[in-house]
Design a protein. Structure first.
Length: 188
């Protein structure tokens, strides 16, 4: 290495290169941070109430979110887990007119039944038990069964949620539950 001082021109280029490097590094960190903040945990880019508002409307979107939480009420589970299940439904409704109609008309019928029983739209009924009364009367409909099926498979078949539910995962590849989890049962 030489002890020669860099020329002013080379010193300027080194500073520029360093500035570019810092810019790229800092810019990458900023973009990554912004992405994490925008996505939240679970990769959801939209706020829970707006998961399908562009397709079926904000009211229907909010109604389906509350309905989802009423069907599978895990109070400590964040909305983002419900949203990530409903988001593909909204995207499908964008191209599937029969699904879009099912969702819009299903929410309208839910509101109609809520009005009849409690003089309020479903989302305006504050008491969860009262909303469940309305859902029980409507649970045999194709609309209810569609939402219930999506939620059941999505919530309980999500490996990232299994620890939250106290499920250790599949055991067959480990010799079955006799060898994995059987002795861990603390509720019997």
């Amino acid at each position: 290495m030489s002890n020669k001082k860099p020329s002013k021109e080379n010193e300027h280029l080194n500073n520029v290169a360093l500035s570019r490097r810092k810019f790229i590094t800092n810019g990458s960190v900023a973009i990554a941070s912004a992405s994490v903040l925008a996505m939240g945990v679970g990769g959801v880019f939209v706020s829970p109430p707006a998961w399908a508002s562009s397709v079926i409307g904000n009211h229907a979107s909010k109604t389906l979110m509350i309905m989802s939480r009423d069907i599978y009420p895990h109070d400590d589970l964040d909305d983002k887990y419900y949203t990530r299940l409903l988001l593909p439904l909204g995207e499908s409704a964008n191209t599937d007119d029969s699904l879009k109609t099912l969702l819009i008309e299903g929410v309208a019928e839910l509101d109609k039944r809520s009005q009849k029983a409690f003089k309020s739209n479903y989302i305006d009924i504050d008491n969860e038990e009262d909303r469940v009364v309305v859902l029980r009367e409507y649970e045999n409909s194709a609309f209810f069964q569609k939402i219930k099926g999506i939620l059941m498979m999505g919530l309980y078949n999500s490996p990232d949620l299994w620890p939250w539910f106290g499920y250790g995962g599949s055991a067959w590849e480990h010799g079955g539950y006799i060898n994995r989890g059987y002795d861990d049962i603390d509720w019997i």
